[in-house]
Design a protein around this ligand. Structure first.
Ligand code: PRX
Length: 567
């Protein structure tokens, strides 16, 4: 039985109070995500239930019960409190997908501090701009990543503590560095959780925009109300499920549905901390008897590429419900999954800013392959006329996806950037920055982004951030970054570059520039190609027209070029 019955009926009777009641939360009371995801589950008699099955890239395995999660997150929290760090300060997690990342996340929330998860694959420049912007007080990291922190710490006066979670005593600790071992520290059975309330800040996730540096999306503890109920209804999580979310918690999917959703439901989840391989993934599902699987279109396309034969080598009969997020899910992928797994991937649409799934194909609802589905009850989603910012009265028109603000996990602001936040609203609608159309049945079909942000394999890349890194190279005069088509990632990053006098284009120079920016950016943001050009298309006011370069790459009409400088 799915939790979700008839869509119209559920939507009509829906109120967020349903989730509040299930969580025994009364408005005005203390609400702390760290407590809800560990202590409360233990109080419900599930202390010995397995919370986390973890497998490392070497095959190493660890298992944690809900009581382990409770005690170890307390241990983290006590360590942080003893350092003198106060509620509201930002603490970064800069680690691979090791257990400390999941448990540390909850520990930080228990102290009332704000958790800032960042991909361990980030280069020092990407790390620096995010730590500087958030004025982060402490960072938890691993030995293998600490060198990146050391390179930038002198430029980060707010960063008081650099904490290494796997220190082996071999090389001496440096300035501001500390060692902390979750498992070897004295266990903290009781920790007095900081009394956070609905509007107390919880998580700060950085997301890329077109202009300017990445923006810190501020979430609050009340976001739990949306994350809990969407995880339950959309991912169809039940008490006996074995759940696998393939996303890294550096990305919002990895926190909302890789930590908060499943743990607040007291579900068993598994984590595989290794890169992609079809064989390894199928083996992981077979071995752990995974029932609910939440992944992304890029991974699904890679699995499709690996072929159907390999699937026959594994017993994947445990799989009950499949869902996907991050980029358009092609109808081919849905049909393929019906063929090979006997069930479709259910598309889910949302953003770092929305904090929870807002449009989706619900379990039990007929899936229209290629459509993102319908709004989650309690979410009002409309297609806005891009000029008037008013909802189109009739279905079928392409416009902007607008959402009515007010659901619990809506971002509260962009960190230190109230202006960018205000800019996301028109006529009382929150603008997602995506274009879509709605059909007669109320299903929403994704069309594209309304800005220059690149979505490569589900990860948003700011053209501005890549252009800035390129400009730091001595040979680069100007740069423009757009996407180009790619069979697996749908789009990848391509850079156009003009050179300074005295430099000439060559394969060696391209390699040199690539190596230079690799240290600054995350692998996801790296251009697949650099094209040297004599000039870039610009408006008369000197703004680079990425739109024109983009259209060329995609073989599309270039459109209006009347503002082009050299027309
Ligand atoms: O463009 C949309 C795309 O990813 C953007 C949000 O990215 P991010 O904030 O990194 O969060 C991703 C995961 C929650 C959206 O504005 N996107 C996300 N889901 C879908 C999608 N595009 C098409 N179909 C989806 N299901």
């Amino acid at each position: 039985m799915t939790h979700f019955g008839n869509y119209e009926e559920v939507a009509r009777n829906f109120s967020w109070a349903i989730s509040e009641q299930e969580l025994d939360y009364q408005p005005g009371q203390v609400i702390n995500i760290g407590w809800y995801c560990s202590d409360r589950i233990c109080q419900q008699g599930k202390a010995d239930k397995v919370a986390l099955i973890w497998e490392g890239f070497t095959g190493e395995k660890k298992i944690f019960t809900y009581n382990d999660i409770r005690v170890y997150s307390n241990t983290f929290a006590r360590f942080i409190t003893d350092l003198g760090i106060k509620a509201g300060e930002r603490i970064c997690l800069f680690m691979d997908r090791v257990p400390e990342l999941y448990i540390g996340f909850l520990g930080i929330l228990k102290t009332g501090c704000i958790v800032q998860p960042l991909f361990s694959a980030f280069g020092e420049e990407s790390l620096f701009v995010r730590l500087e912007n958030a004025e982060t007080s402490a960072i938890f990291t691993q030995r293998k990543h600490v060198s990146k922190v050391r390179k930038i710490r002198d430029k980060l006066p707010h960063l008081k503590h650099i904490i290494i979670v796997d220190y082996d005593g071999k090389s001496p600790l440096q300035e501001r560095e500390l060692a902390f071992s979750m498992e070897k520290s004295e266990k903290v059975e009781h920790y007095e959780i900081y009394p956070t309330y609905a509007e107390s800040p919880s998580v700060l996730h950085y997301t890329s925009g077109t202009t300017g540096m990445p923006k810190g999306v501020k979430h609050v503890h009340y976001s739990l109300i949306s994350q809990y109920i969407t995880a339950k209804w959309v991912l169809d999580l039940h008490d006996d499920d074995i759940y696998w979310c393939t996303a890294d918690p550096g990305w919002v999917t990895g926190t909302s549905y890789g930590i908060i959703g499943p743990f607040s439901l007291g579900v068993t989840q598994c984590v595989l901390d290794s890169g992609f391989s079809a064989e390894a993934w199928y083996r992981f599902i077979e071995k752990n008897r995974v029932t609910v699987w939440y992944s992304a279109p890029t991974a699904i396309r890679s699995l499709m590429k690996a072929g159907d034969e390999i699937i026959k080598k594994f017993d994947l009969s445990s799989l009950r419900h499949l869902a996907s997020v991050g980029e358009p899910l092609n109808p081919e992928a849905v049909n393929w999954s019906i063929r090979v797994f006997g069930k479709p991937f259910h598309d889910t649409y949302w953003q770092t800013e929305t904090g929870c799934i807002v449009i989706t194909n619900f379990p039990g609802m007929p899936v229209k392959p290629g459509s993102m589905g319908r709004p989650f009850p309690g979410i009002t989603a409309v297609i806005l006329d891009p000029n008037k910012h008013e909802p189109y009265p009739e279905p079928g028109r392409i416009g902007l996806i607008g959402l009515k603000p007010g659901w619990p996990s809506m971002m509260r602001t962009y960190w230190n950037n109230e202006e960018a936040y205000r800019n996301k609203f028109r006529n009382g609608w929150y603008l997602t920055g995506d274009r879509a159309r709605m059909d007669q049945d109320g299903y929403i079909w994704f069309v594209g982004r309304d800005d220059d942000v690149i979505n490569t394999g589900g990860h948003l890349v700011s053209p501005f951030e890549v252009e800035s890194a390129l400009l730091e190279h001595q040979a680069v005069a100007e740069s423009a970054v757009v996407s180009k088509p790619d069979p697996i990632n749908m789009e990848v990053v391509k850079a156009f570059v003009t050179l300074k006098p005295g430099f000439s284009a060559s394969k060696d120079l391209e390699l040199d520039i690539m190596n230079f920016i690799r240290k600054k950016l995350s692998p996801l943001a790296m251009p697949q190609e650099i094209e040297f050009v004599d000039s870039l298309p610009k408006t008369r006011s000197g703004k680079i027209m990425r739109r024109i370069l983009h259209a060329r790459e995609w073989g599309e009409e270039v459109g209006d070029t009347s503002t082009l400088e050299n027309e």
